[in-house]
Structure formats: C-alpha cells, structure tokens
Design a protein around this ligand. Structure first.
Ligand code: AMP
Ligand code: MG
Length: 425
C-alpha cells in the first residue's frame, strides 16, 4: 500500500490524493498539546484555555437568601396568624443577621439578603400590605404562597465541592462569571502559542506601499491575523518573502526556532517559483500535501523540529477555507483545548450544481436566506475563483459537499458550516 502521507506527485488524480477525513486523522494523530501553563488574573482570562479543573470551595450562593424585595416569614406560622405578621427586623443585602425570627413575626427583607434563622418563605412587597397598630409595624401577607417561595437556597447554583469547569475549556464571559462566583481570583491557563506568519510571493506588497503593474496587496496576512485573533495565540510577523529558495529556507528555519506554529501562504504548489515544499522537506518532515479538496489542494502539514508547520495556498479563498478546516483545529489542539471540529447542520440548497467532480470534497461559500415559503435555505456564492475575497465577505459559512456527490439539485439538503461554528463571525 502506498503511504499517502508522502505523496509528492502533483499530477495525481483526486482519488489518489489524501481525502479530507484522512488529513484530519493525520493531524489528530501526529500532534499533542505543547502549551505550558501560567497563572493569570480572571480579568485577563477571557478566551484563554483553562489548565486546571475548577471546583467550588463553598456553596454558591453561600446562604439561603431572598429572591425579591418583600417580607420573610415562617410558612408554618401562616395558619396561626392568617397572614398577619408583626415586623421584627429589617435585613438588607450584605447585612446578614443571626437574630432568629420570633414566632408569628416577619422580617422586612431585600433581594439578596440572607434569610433570618427560622424564616423559609418570602412574600413580594407588591403583594403585601403594611399596617401600624399600637406603635408596632405589621404586614399582611397574601394567601397561597408555597413553602420556600421567593427564597434561593444555599448552593442552588453550585454546591460546595461540585465541578464547575474542566481543564481544556476555552473561557467565555459566562465561565469567568462562574469562576468569580466561587471566589477564585487567579487561575491556571495554558500559555498562548506563538504563531509565525509568513507571506510569500514576488508580487506581494503590504497595504500602504506603492504598487507596480502585476503587484498584489498581501490580503492573506490580514485574513490570517484576524482568524488567529479568535484563538489563544500571539503573532510574530515574518513579513513577505520573495520567491527565493535560499531566503525561504533561512526564514522558515528562523521562524520554526522561535514559534510553536509556522503558518505560510503561497508558494505551496510545484511551480518553479514555489519554494515552500522544498524548504519543508529540507528542514523538517512533511506529513501531508496534496489533498482531494477544493479549494485548497496544495495544503501542507509537517514539522520543523518541535514547531508545527502549516503551508496554506496563496489564493485567499483557499487560505481561509484551509485555515478553518485544518489550522484552527491544529492550533486548538496544540494550545490545550483539543481538536475542535466545526458544528454544522443540513439545510436545503437554494442553488443547482449540474456537475461536480467525484472523489474530492468541495467547500462553497454560502449564506443563509429564506425561500418563498419562509423556510431557511442556503445560497451559494455563484462566482467561482479562489481569488475572490468578495465571496468570503458575502458568506456567513461554508457549504460542505462530500466526495461521492456529483450533482446538486435545488431543494436537496446540503451541509452548512456557519462561521460561528468555527468561532468567527
Ligand atoms: P501561489 O500559491 O503562490 O501560487 O499564489 C496563488 C495566488 O494567490 C496568486 O495569484 C497570488 O498572487 C495570490 N496570493 C499569494 N499570496 C497572497 C497573499 N498573501 N495575499 C493575496 N494574494 C496572494
Ligand atoms: Mg506565489
């Protein structure tokens, strides 16, 4: 059996190229987390990856407390008093008392205030009437409240000792709120990975530079920088490399010695001016190249020493699709949160594709809409061409068409991978 991971023939047929699922299996199989740990304050922990399991050292909330502004009483006293209670004390949030509720008495209480010993039920102030008699304050509580009404129990959010979050979780605002509620101020997270970005091509210029005939502005740098912003990484920019074999080799060696991940765009095929493949083969090891996908066939993965190497095609559409499909899960795995696969769902196609080549998986740029009946459908960006950034901008996800499909008719279900499922907008 041929080792498909060492394919180096660019005249291969799609059926001999590495399939998408095989590529994912190689990435999962040959990589393991590399990020070390650091302790950070909760204020700096958003979107970081948790490196410890968090359990609650105490109940949240700590004590039974009132869910409303109102009057706390002992439910068993209701029958004796008929709902007519003498007001004994006043308790505001942050001012807990250990004075027990006297028989047939109620406490004026406010939202979040700890229930006085003996009280088990709270009536909302809107439903009560207050009353003065012989210099004393009384409250009339309505009928029909169940025992425990309007009272939050200690530990009802998280009980003491319960698991709150596990290592590997990427921290969202609501997770930080949960950790804060347990009292933790500093937590262990994985260090951000260092990602080196390299653009290649004699024709490339950075925006702001003068342009000559045939030049192209380096959009991919900003595309990849933006896509990386949703991941726990720090970027080092290695700039634009001329199509010069020696320069490419020396720069990739330097980048690999300084970064956990080296990410290049362009020069990934077998043209005379493409030097990435040879540099990878010279400096490290190639694990995959030439995938049976469209766009993104020249996608490359390997390692240079301890650094993971991902070579993206130069066309912006292919670069973005390959980043989402392969680079994002690789970075996520190396960074400590596991190999993340996108979430998707089936939705009827609002387009026809009369013929599609078999044996390769295709990813179209898609956007959701509604048909004449109001049902959700997915549209395909109709212009082909993997240089068209417009299609990326108009899309809100990718349409994934499996290898065996050879045509799509309007109304047939297709798989849609919304950008939100890749953690971007
Ligand atoms: P290559 O993969 O180097 O053969 O490039 C394929 C196409 O993508 C060519 O038209 C390049 O000009 C274009 N391209 C390569 N790199 C970039 C980049 N960083 N930004 C925008 N276009 C690029
Ligand atoms: Mg090039």
């Amino acid at each position: 059996m041929t080792d498909k991971t060492l394919l180096d023939d660019c005249f291969l047929h799609d059926k001999d190229r590495l399939r998408h699922d095989e590529a994912l299996a190689i990435l999962k199989d040959r990589l393991s987390p590399v990020a070390s740990r650091e302790t950070v304050s909760l204020a700096d922990a958003l979107e970081r990856i948790l490196a410890e399991d968090i359990t609650a050292p105490r109940n949240v909330p700590l004590a039974d407390n009132s869910a409303v502004d109102g009057y706390a009483f002992r439910h068993a006293d209701f029958e004796t008093t008929g709902g007519f209670f003498r007001l004994q004390q006043r308790i505001a949030a942050g001012h807990a008392t250990d004075i027990a509720l006297a028989p047939w008495a109620a406490a004026r209480i406010f939202t979040g205030a700890v229930m006085p010993p003996g009280a088990d039920t709270v009536a909302m102030q809107e439903d009560c009437e207050t009353h003065q008699q012989d210099g004393h304050d009384f409250v009339i509580v309505p009928q029909g409240l169940k025992i425990g009404a309007n009272c939050r129990k200690a530990g009802e959010d998280v009980a003491e000792g319960a698991a709150v979050l596990s290592a590997g979780h990427c921290l969202r605002p609501q997770d930080l709120a949960a950790i804060a509620s347990t009292g933790r101020a500093r937590i262990d997270v994985y260090r951000k990975l260092k990602v080196g970005l390299v653009s290649t091509g004699d024709e490339l210029r950075r925006p702001g530079d003068l342009m000559n005939l045939g030049d192209v502005y380096d959009s991919n740098h900003f595309l990849l920088r933006g896509l990386c912003a949703a991941l726990p990484v720090e970027i080092e920019d290695f700039g634009i490399l001329k199509d010069d074999a020696a320069l490419v080799e020396v720069t990739l060696k330097d980048a690999a010695s300084r970064c956990d991940v080296v990410l290049t765009t362009g020069g990934a095929s077998r043209g005379d001016e493409d030097h990435i493949l040879k540099a990878l083969d010279t400096l490290g090891k190639r694990h995959m190249w030439q995938l049976a996908i469209k766009p993104g066939r020249p996608m490359m993965f390997g390692n240079i020493g301890a650094s993971a190497f991902l070579g993206l095609p130069g066309n912006p559409v292919a670069a973005m699709v390959c980043f989402l499909l392969y680079v994002r899960p690789v970075i996520s795995l190396l960074a400590g949160s596991g190999f993340c696969e996108p979430q998707g769902f089936e939705v009827p196609a609002a387009f026809d594709v009369p013929t599609k080549k078999p044996d390769r998986r295709e990813f179209y740029r898609g956007y959701l809409g509604t048909d004449e009946t109001g049902a959700t459908v997915v549209h395909k960006f109709m212009r082909d061409g993997s240089g068209l950034i417009t299609g990326l901008r108009e899309a809100d996800g990718l349409i994934e068409i499996p290898e065996e499909v050879t045509a799509i008719r309007r109304g047939e279900p297709v798989r849609f991978l919304p950008f939100s499922g890749f953690g971007i907008r």
